[in-house]
Unconditional design. Structure first.
Length: 74
């Protein structure tokens, strides 16, 4: 405080709680950002795997000869 009066114990305790909460909040935000980055990296990896798998299946389908559709018996 800028006043010349000393802090009351309750004021000092409140200020300490507020400081601690601010530190913990900042640390929590860092964790959230790290988790978000990890999720995006995993999504990118999975997307690449899916696209590779889909293109391999498409290429395989192009090389297979088309079978004629069977006629139904009436």
């Amino acid at each position: 405080m800028t006043d010349q009066q000393p802090d009351k114990p309750a004021q000092a305790a409140r200020r300490e709680r507020m400081r601690k909460a601010a530190e913990e909040g900042a640390a929590a935000m860092v964790d959230v950002r790290k988790d978000a980055i990890a999720v995006r990296k995993n999504m990118e990896r999975l997307r690449a795997e899916r696209l590779a798998r889909d293109s391999a299946v498409a290429a395989e389908d192009e090389t297979k000869p088309k079978t004629p559709a069977k006629k139904r018996a009436r």
